[in-house]
Ligand binder design. Structure first.
Ligand SMILES: CC(C)(COP(=O)(O)OP(=O)(O)OC[C@H]1O[C@@H](n2cnc3c(N)ncnc32)[C@H](O)[C@@H]1OP(=O)(O)O)[C@@H](O)C(=O)NCCC(=O)NCCS
Length: 408
């Protein structure tokens, strides 16, 4: 057997230049500076970690793991986003990529992360490690025939991302931040984001500007044009929010985004928004539904996640018509949940009824991506009718979307 001269370890600041060289090889379209800002300006930099594999002390495989807290009702969930997973072309298919991710998964569990998300085109690389593919809804609008939705009642301006931190932070809190499940974005997040979002084809804004609607001097709605993750070089609306009481302003923002999309030659315009979003509902008749299957998710510690969710799930038990005891069995482990009005208990005991879930089915159910009925129809969950009913009450579809904003 030849001697193994490889080692896997977390990276330090001194490794950053070598990591950026490796990343540049895989994604030459994204300026090195934009990649560097992502490492150095991440709002949760202290919780971020990169791992690498070295052969003869040379960095040849790399992956970065960003921390993102998610608000789920009154609970905070700890999410990791994965990006820049790459192995030098000369060192591929030697198991180095899997070793890097394996070390990172161990670390994520040790620091109490609940789940981990990523976007990829290489699903077969991630699925053996426990990730499952989820379907994210998209809608396409032929730009030439998009109707004007607003009445021009609100003045719309375009605000450079670097100058809009405070405006956006406040509006986000009062809009997206109030959704049942949302990405937590602190004032520092808004300060840092434009720097690493800038020029970055994955999360940057077209022209680095937000469209903002105003009532006198008060900002009441905003929206941005990002790049589509599905159609390269095409614009996409990923985020458009409005304060309660000013719903019309969202339509004025939308009209401005369409104008900008036309100017950028983008056709069709993509809506990457949840199915319960006002724009998706309003444009239902003129848009073409589609989906993106590049997102993958993995729950890292199911008992810990269910325990964290307990206060929220317990609240829902009041609408249960009868008590339920279910064994949730997935490739990532099994756990028993017992629910009765006012009570939700997570244990490792036996249960009379078993529910089979794929990795994606489990995450989609527990994190509110899709309704249980749909997940059963798609073969992601196998459950008897009575069990489906109970799961639907305990884990309703929340149209989870807002964590997608960072695209890791
Ligand atoms: C994807 C990538 C990181 C894999 O790195 P790697 O070090 O070669 O991966 P490993 O050797 O650990 O692969 C382990 C297993 O994953 C699967 N796998 C790896 N690369 C794959 C690919 N390109 N397509 C399908 N399956 C793949 C295989 O099952 C492989 O086992 P095998 O070699 O015994 O068949 C590497 O090909 C790469 O850098 N690609 C370009 C950048 C990229 O696309 N990154 C992913 C972005 S999300």
């Amino acid at each position: 057997m030849p001697e193994d001269r490889s080692a896997v370890r977390p990276l330090t600041d001194e490794d950053i230049p070598a990591a950026l060289d490796l990343i540049r090889l895989a994604w030459p379209d994204i300026p090195r500076r934009a990649q560097e800002e992502m490492v150095r300006r991440d709002p949760w930099r202290a919780h971020q970690r990169s791992f690498g594999a070295f052969v003869d002390d040379r960095l040849v495989s790399h992956a970065r793991f960003h921390y993102r807290p998610v608000r789920y009702g009154t609970v905070v969930l700890h999410m990791t986003g994965v990006c820049e997973v790459t192995t030098h072309p000369d060192f591929r298919r030697r198991g180095l990529g899997h070793r890097v991710l394996g070390a990172a998964l161990e670390w994520m569990r040790s620091v109490g992360r609940h789940f981990v998300m990523l976007y990829t085109g290489v699903h077969a690389f991630y699925s053996p490690l426990g990730w499952g593919t989820i379907e994210v809804p998209l809608h396409y609008l032929p730009v030439r025939s998009v109707p004007t939705l607003g009445r021009g009642a609100y003045r719309v301006t375009r605000l450079p991302a670097v100058h809009s931190a405070r405006t956006l932070a406040d509006m986000y809190e009062q809009t997206c931040g109030r959704h049942p499940i949302s990405l937590i974005r602190t004032p520092d997040y808004w300060e840092q984001w434009p720097h690493w979002g800038k020029q970055n084809l994955w999360f940057g804004l077209l022209e680095d500007e937000w469209s903002v609607a105003w009532l006198d001097d008060k900002p009441v709605a905003y929206g941005g044009l990002n790049w589509s993750l599905k159609r390269k070089g095409s614009p996409s609306i990923h985020e458009a929010c409005v304060l309660p009481g000013h719903e019309e302003a969202l339509f004025d923002v939308f009209d401005d985004l369409v104008e900008r999309s036309r100017a950028a030659g983008g056709d069709p315009l993509e809506l990457n928004l949840p199915n319960d979003h006002a724009l998706v509902r309003r444009l239902e008749d003129v848009s073409e539904p589609s989906s993106n299957t590049s997102a993958m998710v993995q729950i890292l510690d199911l008992p810990a996640l269910l325990e964290a969710l307990r206060p929220e799930v317990e609240r829902r038990t009041s609408t249960l018509t009868r008590s339920a005891k279910l064994r949730l069995a997935s490739p990532l482990g099994a756990v028993t949940i017992a629910a009765a009005p006012g009570e939700f208990v997570v244990s490792d005991t036996e249960a009379p009824t078993s529910v089979e879930l794929t990795s994606a089915g489990l995450a989609s159910l527990v994190l509110g991506f899709r309704p249980v009925v749909e997940l059963c129809a798609a073969g992601e969950i196998t459950a008897a009718a009575e069990a489906q009913k109970a799961l639907g009450v305990l884990f309703p579809c929340l149209h989870t979307h807002y964590w997608q904003i960072d695209h890791f």
